[in-house]
Design a protein around this ligand. Structure first.
Ligand SMILES: Nc1nc2c(c(=O)[nH]1)N[C@H]1C(S)=C(S)[C@@H](COP(=O)(O)O)O[C@H]1N2
Ligand SMILES: [Mo]
Length: 385
């Protein structure tokens, strides 16, 4: 009679036996693990920051300075996430034989350690896939990307912490050149070649994505989804006026900016009124959460001047709203620190020209150290609180 355990055992050793490369070893797994640990940590922290900036809890206040800080943190988020892809694939390949070990667990602790790999691997694959898909603006699923990406980030980082706790001794030993448990081990030349190849691939991915935000690199950045200088007035557009269905209202002579200060009746300003107000200039980047960014010189009415006109106190909270009817990015809020920054503008001009309609004409918000999704276009109401 054939026993089930025998069949499973034979199957297990058969699969294990297929991994003949000497590169499936602890030392390589340890080095890749450290590189992944670092890139995942930077990616997680910068991603968490981006989430807090966009959905600030009461204890969190994101400063308006340095003006380009978000450009750096979000650039790091996209670049570290992208470079983690070759690292993760290499790591999974190196440890693949261990995923087939039989029996699956020797002790309860071993079982717990192995089970904790499931959220880590599944979470990592989901994070990297959904991140890349979002950058490519491809949504082959129904859920809202930022919520899912944020929730799974916690699952993944939880799995990572558990995995590091379980593997830290093994990693240390492997790196101290104590004999690894494998029978056949890679020579140092094999190892160096393999890790060198992985490092080169990750480096190329970094180079190929960072051009989305580091201007001079854009010529070699084949993977960056945007050339920062391509688009009307030398600036990319995520949502055009046509896509937002605002063309008619944005170009209509009946356009008004309504400023509601909660004192007296709201002010209603025509385009001519806005142009007649004192104009302020600022050089600030648009930094899309998808990783591209581009600086420009903006000119328009300072938010703090409007606050003063509306009788609001200095550092009031200010909410702007777009003509756009639907859409998730039709409104955004400037907190105290941000609304009194001298560079927080409702811009009428970019680089000396009237704003292109796709960049938010007649009026758009542009303020320091903010994610692109919070630089509202086609602004028609300002509420001062
Ligand atoms: N009303 C409105 N404003 C918006 C958006 C939008 O969809 N609707 N998109 C935002 C996003 S995601 C970015 S990155 C910037 C891009 O600005 P740009 O098109 O001028 O480059 O606008 C922001 N402002
Ligand atoms: Mo964006």
């Amino acid at each position: 009679m054939v026993r089930a355990t025998d069949v499973v055992n034979r199957l297990g050793s058969k699969v294990e036996g297929r991994f003949t490369s000497k590169l499936h070893e602890t030392r390589i797994a340890a080095v890749l693990g450290i590189a992944l640990g670092v890139s995942f940590t930077v990616c997680f922290v910068t991603g968490l920051l981006s989430h807090l900036v966009q959905h600030p809890p009461s204890w969190f206040e994101w400063p308006s300075r340095p003006a380009g800080l978000y450009r750096v943190t979000q650039g790091l988020h996209v670049v570290t996430g992208s470079t983690a892809i070759p690292l993760l694939l290499a790591k999974l390949w190196v440890v693949a034989p261990r995923l087939w070990t039989w029996p699956p667990a020797r002790t309860v602790a071993h079982a717990v350690e192995r089970i904790s790999i499931v959220p880590l691997v599944a979470g990592s694959l989901f994070m990297l896939f959904s991140g890349v898909a979002n950058v490519a603006r491809w949504y082959p699923y129904d859920f809202f990307f930022p919520s899912a990406h944020f929730a799974v980030a916690w699952v993944t980082i939880g799995g990572l912490v558990a995995h590091i706790a379980a593997k830290i001794t093994l990693t240390r030993d492997a790196l101290r050149r104590r004999p690894a448990p494998e029978l056949a081990r890679a020579t140092s030349i094999d190892r160096r070649r393999f890790l060198g190849g992985v490092a080169a691939t990750s480096g190329l991915v970094a180079l190929a994505t960072s051009g989305g935000t580091v201007g001079p690199l854009s010529r070699v950045s084949v993977l960056a989804q945007r050339v920062p200088s391509e688009g009307p007035q030398g600036m990319p557009v995520n949502k055009s006026a046509a896509a937002a269905q605002v063309r008619d209202l944005a170009t209509s002579a009946s356009y008004r900016l309504v400023v509601d200060g909660n004192v007296g009746t709201p002010m209603s300003l025509t385009l001519a009124d806005l142009r007649a107000l004192p104009q302020t200039e600022a050089t600030l980047p648009i930094t899309c959460v998808e990783g591209w960014s581009r600086g420009a010189n903006w000119r328009g009415v300072a938010v703090r001047d409007l606050v003063a006109m509306a009788g609001g106190r200095e550092g009031a909270e200010v909410t702007v709203e777009s003509i756009e009817r639907g859409g998730r990015y039709r409104t955004s809020t400037l907190t105290h620190d941000q609304s009194q920054d001298r560079d927080a503008l409702l811009a009428l001009e970019i680089n000396g020209e009237p704003l292109h309609i796709d960049h938010g004409s007649p009026l758009r918000l542009i303020a320091p150290n903010r994610p692109g999704v919070m630089q509202t276009k086609w602004v028609t109401t300002v509420t001062v609180r």
